[in-house]
Design a protein around this ligand. Sequence first.
Ligand code: F6R
Length: 243
Amino acid sequence: MNIIVCDNYQELSVMAGDIMAAVVKENENCVLGLATGSTPVGAYQELIKKHQAGELDFAHVTTFNLDEYYPMAVDNAQSYHVFMQENLFKSINVPADKIHVPDGSVEDAQAQCEWYDEQIEKAGGIDLMLLGIGENGHIGFNEPGDSLECGTHIHKLTESTLQANARFFGEGEQMPTHAITMGVASIIRNSRKILMLVNGVKKYPILKALQEDVVTTQIPASLLRLHPDVTVICDKAAFYGEA
Ligand code: F6R
């Protein structure tokens, strides 16, 4: 696990945008794994800038998002479908039929999970998987526990995640208690390269724990130590614990 420390969030975002852009330039048919949350927004803005400057074409790119709340209507303002449209897709040219975000509106969630894994496999896996990390060490919505599920599955969110994500929900808006998420094994097995972004002093304890030479399901992100090509880009606040 290679850790790069940037001065601040802006620098982290530029570096992440450059790494993602390089993957797209190297292979116009590449498959990108994408995350939501506040961390990747700056990197998405960098990709948009490059696209709008005519430097980056997404016409043949395929994307797979990590997760979606369940249950969640696709057009709900809190859905990750809408988040991705607003923060990336509406400003670049990935064709709609090459965009994949788990559908939280389906009745048969199990069938949706199986379908999602099949689509990733059909696409030939993921060239670059972009990840954030929860304060409790989750990746996607794989929450700490005695065991972790391998494939895409439905997961109950922990109290810590419900609290951390409550900031995205307005007053009176009910936050779903479950999510559909790629499993840790799907992330590790299906991704050729993994790029994790970590910023802010709140992530200092978990980033420190991640640097221990230990793998534990109590820190799902620690399983990334089993992957041969993981780059973590963090800011100084997350690395040194100073705001
Ligand atoms: C989002 C996701 C989550 C977030 C994590 C960090 O698709 O999978 O694991 O990456 O909760 O969220 P932020 O970036 O908001 O701190």
